[in-house]
Write a protein that binds this ligand. Structure first.
Ligand code: SF4
Ligand code: SF4
Length: 738
């Protein structure tokens, strides 16, 4: 590894930086460093002319790296673009020094010098990575031929990519095809619509870029994005093909109504909404007598901790729609819709109003007390109504508005079908969820997409919907969340674009979101690998398979460059050209720790490791609001808190830092962590840190860990200030003077 590059160092004195620190003095201090070939201060550094001067210096002085002390790296990114062979570090003098600290204060000047020194130390161990260009397959496989799958396929081909559309049934269409009419989706939102499914199927069938495989199930999916090798059973034959990325649009199954006997299921004339829909579709809705009273029970199994704790999203609209079916056939019937709440978001409210205004359709909030058979009649007793009275309704027909279960969830005790070795698709109840076999991945970490609670496959719903924990595989439609066909269509487009974006990035050899554009890959120095398997177990994306002995076998295109493996490895043998244990260690070492002996005073020094995804950008908001905080903290951004090496904490404490504070994204089921488990893993590793503190005979309070989302930026100054006060109270680290 090349050491001590020929560096150019540039300091901007605009945007209040010149008013807060002595830029010339800073430059003089930095010029003393051996490999700083040139160091300049400019008032208009963040302009094209400032960047041009740097470009000229690179050529004239044969520079290998440049450190720019100016605005935060999130600003002026277009201006500061240089030859990719040049190592660049942007030091946030504006946001992390000038705008957030006392101007012209000794500690502010010291802070600026430390940050510039950290930038120099970083570049001395930093190699610009080069992309790994692999020959990839650019076909997208869409699994599921329902409304989501078909729209995902069409969206993909419209963008110029080929699709293999896999459907387990003999026909395309899925549940969408079974719908008799659709809830209105356009102005004036009051008339039911003819189901356009057949036209959609024809469009898909006539698209020459879509290869349709019906009667097909995936037997195995191996390899990695850009080169997934798929074995499938299609019409009884085994077939093999390769695809680049995958959209899983396998949809939903209805909640198992046999679990709803308390709502009358199993009695005569009690149907689910699905059964009613099918009967209207097939024109088999016949009863032996005139229908006079019909009751719909909403949230049948949904929003119920004993069944499906979530709202299934479409059942309210479905019942309103089906009430109109019944009215059409039996115009004089009375229809009662008993709900917990009616949920008809957006313009569907207009449809709700229309149905509500119909004669003889009665909607009331209420709790079903019981459903029973009285003298051969169905009787529904409803309590807690809006009027407070209990009501009793004799019904000729009872419809249960049952909800949606993702096809990824089947019961733990789901029987295996002897013939195919597959779990039966039985809806979940309680928390007993296992994966349904759809993808049959040959990954070490398991054959299917990891699931969140309730059995939906993983998706970071806030920042990146459609993403799953398996790189290059995207979930769309009702397998991802309950939704109607309109939302499923837009979901399909979103996932298709993600799948295409992944192909484009992989082709260029660059990482996918959130490190888009990063060309680095983890390098494993396997001669020193002890086969401890920590990296393979902790990688959240299933990147690492392993050989028989347990040595990791990386699949580079699955990698998201989070560096969690790097933080996991006790041997410290995993590194990236532009990010390594050594790089951060050198940055830590470059920070000056004042001592009473040398400086006459020893203000505390706190090292902060901050995740670059939420917490670090929050600092820019803090700065924009000019909120001040303690100057004792030195912040090092990390790719993910999960990349934290315990050695950094132990070394910094033995080096004399008085405290260490870590900021990661929130973790848990409703996680914010951009690398899913990174901050959770960091939290677990903290137990080892506490052990280390004990060994060093240091107070446990010297290390704190915080989880933060970007909108909690205003908490950061308070946390810093309080921690600095605490550290002052505890007193200096005894290792400081050693
Ligand atoms: S960098 Fe992240 S995604 Fe890549 S192998 Fe390491 S832990 Fe897995
Ligand atoms: S964590 Fe390090 S030592 Fe352990 S298996 Fe992975 S590379 Fe080998």
């Amino acid at each position: 590894m090349a050491e001590n590059k020929r560096l150019g160092v540039y300091i901007c004195s605009a945007y209040g930086i010149g008013e807060a620190i002595d830029c010339e003095k800073l430059a003089e201090d930095l010029k003393k460093i051996e490999n700083v070939v040139i160091c300049k201060v400019r008032k208009d550094l963040c302009t094209e002319s400032g960047a041009d001067e740097i470009r000229q210096d690179i050529i004239e002085h044969n520079l290998e790296g440049i450190v720019i002390g100016a605005s935060s790296p999130r600003f002026h990114t277009e201006i500061f673009k240089f030859d990719p062979k040049i190592a660049v570090d942007r030091v946030s003098l504006r946001e992390q020094v000038a705008w957030t600290h006392e101007p012209k204060h000794k500690e502010t000047q010291r802070l600026a010098l430390d940050y510039m020194m950290m930038g120099i130390a970083k570049l001395n161990t930093f190699e610009p990575p080069e992309p790994m260009i692999l020959d990839i397959n650019e076909t997208v496989m869409v699994i599921g031929g329902g409304v989501t799958g078909m729209n995902a396929a069409l969206a993909t081909t419209k963008a110029g990519f080929n699709v293999i559309l896999v459907e387990k049934e003999a026909e395309l269409g899925g549940f969408y095809r079974k719908l008799y009419r659709l809830t209105p989706t356009k102005e004036p939102f009051n008339e039911l619509m003819i189901n356009p499914c057949e036209a959609l199927i024809e469009e898909v069938k006539s698209d020459p870029k879509i290869e349709i495989l019906t009667n097909t199930k995936i037997i195995s999916t191996s390899g990695q994005p850009g080169m997934f090798d798929v074995i499938a059973k299609s019409n009884g034959e085994e077939i093999r093909f390769q695809v680049g990325t995958i959209v899983q649009a396998t949809g939903w199954i209805p909640y198992d109504a046999t679990k709803l006997s308390h709502l009358g299921y199993g009695l005569d004339n009690v149907l689910t909404n699905i059964e009613l829909e099918e009967q209207f579709k097939k024109n088999t809705f016949e009863t032996d007598k005139v229908i006079e009273n019909v009751v719909f029970i909403q949230c049948a199994g949904s929003r119920d901790q004993n069944h499906l704790p979530y709202c299934s999203s479409v059942c309210c609209m479905t019942s309103l729609k089906q009430a109109l079916y019944i009215r059409e056939k039996y115009p004089h019937s009375k229809i009662y819709i008993i709900y917990k709440d009616i949920r008809t978001p957006g313009p569907y409210e207009m449809f709700y109003k229309r149905v509500q205004s119909e004669d003889n359709i009665f909607l009331t909030k209420g709790e079903i007390k019981f459903v029973q058979k009285v003298n051969g009649h169905l009787n529904v007793t409803v309590g807690s109504t809006l009027l407070g009275d209990e009501i009793s309704i004799d019904a000729d027909l009872l419809v249960l508005a049952t909800g949606m279960v993702p096809t990824t969830a089947v019961e733990e005790n789901g029987n295996k079908s002897e013939s195919e070795g597959e779990p039966q698709e039985i809806p979940l109840s309680g928390n007993r969820i296992i994966h349904s076999n759809i993808l049959n991945l040959t990954y070490r970490q398991g054959p299917e997409l990891p699931l969140l609670k309730y059995g939906f496959p993983d998706s970071h719903y806030i920042c990146f919907p459609y993403e799953t924990r398996r790189t290059g595989i995207y979930a769309a439609g009702t397998v991802r969340a309950p939704m109607d066909s309109v939302s499923a269509k837009s979901d399909a487009y979103g996932a298709a674009l993600k799948a295409i974006q992944a192909l484009v990035n992989i082709k260029k050899g660059t990482a996918l979101h959130p490190r888009s554009g990063d060309m680095s890959f983890p390098d494993f120095f396997l001669q020193r690998c002890t086969q401890c398997k920590r990296c393979t177990e902790e990688c959240p994306f299933g990147t690492l398979d392993e050989d028989d002995k347990g040595t990791p076998k990386p699949n580079p295109n699955r990698c998201r460059r989070c560096a969690i493996c790097m933080g996991a490895c006790p041997e410290r043998i995993i590194s990236f050209k532009n990010y390594s244990v050594r790089m951060i260690s050198e940055m830590i070492k470059s920070i000056y720790i004042p001592t009473e002996e040398e400086d006459g005073e020893a203000p505390p020094r706190i090292l902060c490791f901050m995740c670059e995804n939420d917490a670090y950008p929050s600092l820019d908001i803090v700065a924009a609001k000019k909120i001040k905080y303690t100057p004792y903290v030195r912040i090092i951004p990390l790719r993910c808190l999960g990349s934290t090496s315990i050695s950094w904490i132990a070394d910094s404490l033995s080096q004399g830092f008085d405290g260490v504070i870590l900021f990661g994204c929130k973790y848990g089921d409703d996680y914010q962590c951009h690398f899913i488990r990174g901050s959770e893993i960091a939290n677990t590793r903290m137990e080892n840190v506490q052990e280390k503190l004990k060994q060093l005979a240091l107070e446990p309070e010297r290390v704190e860990l915080h989880m933060l989302s970007i909108d909690e930026y205003d908490k950061i100054p308070g946390i810093f200030n309080r921690f600095a006060e605490l550290i002052e109270k505890i007193g200096p680290n005894p290792y400081k003077e050693m």
